[in-house]
Ligand binder design. Structure first.
Ligand code: MOS
Length: 765
C-alpha cells in the first residue's frame, strides 16, 4: 500500500481496541520470567558452549603479540578466536569501528578475542590467562581540546550546517542578546539486558538468537561482515530487555558468537559482561554547544544561532545538538552547525532521541535565560516565538542514505514547509493550568520548604516524526484466529500490544483472538525499533496487510454466497465486527470463511512524499518542580508533568510508560549520568551500574502525562506519530531551569551535581 495522500476515515477510527489503555499482552510472560530473552535460549539448540569476550586494554595502537598457550591449556577450553584466525572480516555498514580488533586497536575494550569453553566460568578464567603485548599509540580523548578541529557533519541525511538571512548582522543589532556555552556529558544507554547472542551453524546456515532492535539491519551487516549471503542468516530477537539505540546495530556479542560457533563446531552463547558494555559498544557523545539569541524588547527573536560539537572515531557521525533549532522557534536570521571532532574514545552513536535530547538540554536553558533577560515569563516567550512553518528546512544532501533527496527533489524543495500539525502552544497552556505554574515565584531562590529551596521549570519537548517502510503478514484460521507476523521488535515499548490492537480493530475480532509474532528475519521486513518511528510505521504495515486480508475475506464471502444464490453481498460496504463479516442481511463468521486452508495476506506500507511536503513533528511541554537542599546542594525532583501532542495515541497506557520512562532518563541526564573519561588512557572509568548512576524509583516520586487529543492524517493511516523519544526531549532542561528557579544558580554543564551548586547557594543553614 502506498501512502501518499492524507488518510481519510478508515476502520482504525472506530477505536474499539486501538486507543484503549490495554495492558501489555506480553506482561504475564515478563512478570513470570518466562519471556525468553537471548541468553535464556538454552532450549533452542543442544550442546551450547560459552564464549567470553576479552576487550582491549589500550585505546589506540597495535597488538604486537598474543600468547594464548596458558588459556588454551586451561580447563574446559574448546577454542579461542582472534583476528589472526577468524578469517577475513569486513566492517558492517552501520558500524564505525571493527567489532573484532587486531592487530590495529581502535578503542578501549574493542574485542580482541573470544574464549570458548564448556562453562561460563571456565571461559572467563581462561580469558584472564591470555597475555597480550600491546604497542600503545597516542590518542585524542578530550572533546574540549579537540573541539576547534571539529568539522561539519550531515546527520540522518540533513545538512551539517545551515544559514538563513544574515545571522551575524541581526545578532549584533539586537537590543537583547544572549551568548552562552553549554555542555552535556558522555552517556551510556545502560539498558537492563546486556547484549547477548546464541549462535548456531547448520552447514553454511547461521541462526542467531540475539537482542537487536533492527532485525534487517542486523542480518545485512552480519552478511556483509562474514561475506555470506543474507539468505544464509536467520536472526531471532523475540524479547529485548531495553535498547535505547545501543542495539540498533550488529554488535560484538553477535559476531563473536557466530565466529566462536564456527570455530568450535557447536553452538556458542555470548553475553557481554556489564563492565564491557560502555567501552565495547556505543555511547552518546558529550556535546559542547554555543547558543546565541538576539531579540527585540517585545520578545520577538530576530537572530538565533546554535553551534554544536561532539566527538567520534574517524568516520563516525555527529550528536547533532543544533538540529531542533532549525524548526522550533521563529526568527528571520539563523544559523546552525553540527561539528564532529575526532576522538579515539569508543564509538559514539544513537541513544534515545539522538541530537534532540542533548540539543534541547542546552537550547531550553538558553530560552529560559533569554526570557529572564527580557523580563518575560518563559512560557509567554516560547508562545510568542511559536511558528506554524519551519523557519529553516535545508534540502537533504543527495547521498546513499535512503532518506536523502535526489537532485531533482532538491530543486522542488520547500525551505519553509508547514508542520502537519503543531500544538506546542496548547501543550504549554494545558500544562500551566494543570501544574499550577501561576504559583511559581519568578524571582529565584526565595521559596523554602523546610531545608529545601523549591523551584519550578519548564521546557519545550520536540522531536521529528519519521515514517519508514514496513511490511507484515496476517493469517486467518478456521477458528477465526488472527496471527500477525512481522520482523518488528518490542524493546519493552509495547509493540506486541499495539500491533495486536491494530489487527483486532481491522479484522473485527477481540484482542484475545490475535497472536503477534515478532523479531524474526523469516517474517516480512518492518520498520524496526528506532528513532521513535517503530510504533506508527509498523502498525501502518499491519494495517496495510489487514486491508488485503479484509479484501480476501470479503471476496471469499461473496464467492460462498454466490453458490447459494445470495448474490447481493456487497464487498465495499462489508463490516468486520464480532468475528464476522456483514453486508446487508448477510453475516458469516471469519473462521468459516478461512476454512481449513486459512487465508493469508501480506503487504508493505510505503510512504510517499507527504513527509517532504509537510514537516512532521511531535511536541510537548515539560513541567518540573525540584527541591534543592539548602545545605548540601543536593537536588530532588518533587514532581514532573509532560503534556504531549503526538498524533493519535494508539495505547494511552503503553504510551504513558514510554513518556515517563523517557522523562526519567531526562532526570538522569540532568542530575547524574556521565561517563567519566580517563584522559591519559582513553576509556570510560565508571563502566558499570555501580559507577554510572541512573535514576531509580526513589529518585522519581511523581510523574504525570497528558496527551492532547490529536490525530495526524498526514503521518499515516493510523494517524499516529512517534512518542517513545519525545518524553526525554527537553526534560533535562526543565530540571535545570527548576534548579535555577529554586536557587538562583545557573549551571550550564550537565549533569548538575551538587558540587556545581554548593559554593553559590543563596543561603546556608
Ligand atoms: Mo533509538 S536511539 O533510534 O533506539
Amino acid at each position: 500500500m502506498k501512502f501518499d495522500t492524507p488518510a481519510t476515515s478508515n476502520p482504525i477510527d472506530q477505536l474499539k481496541v486501538v486507543g484503549q489503555p490495554v495492558s501489555r499482552i506480553d506482561g504475564p510472560l515478563k512478570t513470570t520470567g518466562t519471556a525468553p530473552y537471548a541468553y535464556d535460549r538454552y532450549d533452542v539448540v543442544p550442546n551450547q558452549a560459552y564464549g567470553y569476550v576479552l576487550g582491549s586494554a589500550i585505546a589506540k595502537g597495535r597488538i604486537v603479540s598474543m600468547n594464548l598457550a596458558a588459556a588454551k591449556a586451561s580447563p574446559g577450553v574448546i577454542t579461542i578466536v582472534t583476528a589472526e584466525n577468524a578469517g577475513k572480516l569486513a566492517k558492517g555498514n552501520l558500524n564505525t569501528a571493527l567489532l573484532l580488533g587486531g592487530p590495529e586497536i581502535q578503542h578501549y575494550h574493542q574485542a580482541v578475542a573470544v574464549v570458548v569453553a564448556e562453562t561460563f566460568e571456565q571461559a572467563r578464567a581462561a580469558a584472564h590467562l591470555i597475555h597480550v603485548n600491546y604497542a600503545r599509540a597516542k590518542g585524542l580523548f578530550d572533546l574540549t581540546s579537540e573541539k576547534p578541529k571539529g568539522t561539519p557533519k550531515d546527520v540522518f541525511g540533513a545538512a551539517g550546517e545551515t544559514s538563513v538571512g544574515n545571522f551575524d548582522k541581526a545578532f549584533s543589532a539586537a537590543p537583547v542578546r544572549l551568548d552562552k556555552t553549554y555542555s552535556t556529558a558522555h552517556e551510556s544507554h545502560s539498558m537492563l539486558e546486556p547484549h547477548a547472542t546464541v549462535a548456531a551453524w547448520d552447514g553454511d546456515q547461521l541462526t542467531l538468537w540475539t537482542s537487536n532492535q533492527m532485525i534487517d539491519w542486523g542480518v545485512s551487516d552480519m552478511a556483509l561482515t562474514l561475506s555470506i549471503p543474507k539468505e544464509k542468516i536467520r536472526l531471532i530477537s523475540s524479547y529485548i530487555g531495553g535498547g535505547f539505540g545501543a542495539k540498533l546495530f550488529l554488535r560484538t556479542d553477535a559476531l563473536m558468537a557466530a565466529l566462536a560457533a564456527r570455530a568450535a563446531r557447536r553452538p556458542v552463547k555470548v553475553a557481554l559482561q556489564r563492565a564491557l558494555v560502555p567501552n565495547n559498544t556505543v555511547h552518546r557523545s558529550a556535546t559542547i554547544q554555543r547558543i546565541k539569541i538576539g531579540a527585540a524588547r517585545d520578545g520577538q527573536i530576530t537572530a538565533i544561532g546554535h553551534e554544536s560539537w561532539s566527538g567520534n572515531l574517524p568516520g563516525g557521525g555527529a550528536e547533532a545538538g543544533a538540529v531542533q533549532t532549525r524548526a522550533l522557534y521563529a526568527g528571520a536570521n539563523r544559523m546552525t552547525s553540527n561539528r564532529v571532532a575526532t576522538l579515539d574514545l569508543p564509538e559514539a552513536n544513537a541513544m534515545r532521541a539522538p541530537n534532540e535530547a542533548p540539543g534541547l538540554a542546552a537550547l531550553e536553558i538558553a530560552i529560559d535565560e533569554m526570557a529572564e533577560k527580557l523580563g518575560m515569563d518563559p512560557i509567554e516567550f516560547r508562545i510568542k516565538n511559536d511558528t506554524q512553518v519551519v523557519p529553516d528546512s535545508p534540502p537533504k544532501p543527495a547521498s546513499n542514505d535512503p532518506q536523502s533527496e535526489k537532485p531533482q527533489d532538491q530543486e522542488k524543495h520547500n525551505p519553509h514547509p508547514p508542520f502537519s500539525i503543531r500544538q506546542l502552544t496548547q501543550c504549554f497552556q494545558v500544562g500551566a493550568e494543570r501544574f499550577g505554574w501561576n504559583k511559581r515565584n519568578t524571582k529565584p531562590g526565595l521559596v523554602r520548604d523546610g531545608r529545601w529551596l523549591v523551584g519550578m521549570g519548564v521546557a519545550s519537548a520536540f522531536r521529528d516524526n519519521i515514517v519508514a517502510k514496513s511490511a507484515a503478514r496476517v493469517k486467518l484460521d478456521k477458528r477465526g484466529h488472527v496471527t500477525v507476523e512481522t520482523d518488528m521488535t518490542d524493546i519493552g515499548t509495547g509493540s506486541y500490544t499495539i500491533i495486536a490492537q491494530t489487527a483486532a480493530e481491522m479484522m473485527g475480532v477481540p484482542l484475545e483472538k490475535v497472536t503477534v509474532r515478532l523479531g524474526d528475519s523469516s517474517f516480512p521486513v518492518s520498520a524496526g525499533s528506532g528513532g521513535q518511528w517503530g510504533g506508527n510505521s509498523s502498525t501502518s504495515g499491519v494495517y496495510a496487510a489487514c486491508v488485503k486480508l479484509r479484501e480476501a475475506v470479503a471476496q471469499e464471502a461473496k464467492t460462498q454466497l454466490a453458490k447459494t444464490q445470495q448474490a447481493d453481498f456487497n464487498i465495499n460496504d462489508a463490516i468486520f465486527a464480532d468475528g464476522q463479516i456483514r453486508s446487508g442481511s448477510h453475516s458469516i463468521s471469519l473462521g468459516e470463511l478461512a476454512g481449513s486452508k486459512g487465508l493469508v495476506a501480506e503487504d508493505t506500507i510505503e510512504f510517499g512524499d507527504l513527509d517532504k511536503r509537510y514537516h512532521q513533528s511531535t511536541f510537548g511541554a515539560h513541567f518540573v518542580e525540584v527541591g534543592v537542599d539548602a545545605a548540601t546542594g543536593e537536588t530532588r525532583v518533587r514532581r514532573m508533568l509532560a503534556v504531549c501532542a503526538a498524533g493519535r495515541i494508539l495505547n494511552p497506557k503503553t504510551a504513558r510508560s514510554q513518556v515517563i520512562g523517557a522523562m526519567t532518563m531526562g532526570v538522569g541526564a540532568a542530575l547524574m549520568e556521565s561517563l567519566e573519561v580517563d584522559k591519559r588512557f582513553g576509556y570510560f572509568v565508571n563502566h558499570d551500574l555501580a559507577g554510572y548512576e541512573v535514576p531509580v524509583h526513589a529518585d522519581i516520586p511523581h510523574q504525570e502525562v497528558i496527551f492532547l487529543d490529536e490525530t495526524d492524517p498526514i503521518s499515516s493511516p493510523m494517524k499516529a506519530k512517534g512518542v517513545g523519544e519525545l518524553g526525554i526531549c527537553g526534560a533535562a532542561a526543565a530540571v535545570a531551569n527548576a534548579i535555577y528557579n529554586a536557587t538562583g544558580v545557573r549551571v550550564r554543564d550537565y549533569p548538575i551535581t551538587l558540587d556545581k551548586l554548593i559554593a553559590k547557594m543563596p543561603t546556608r543553614v
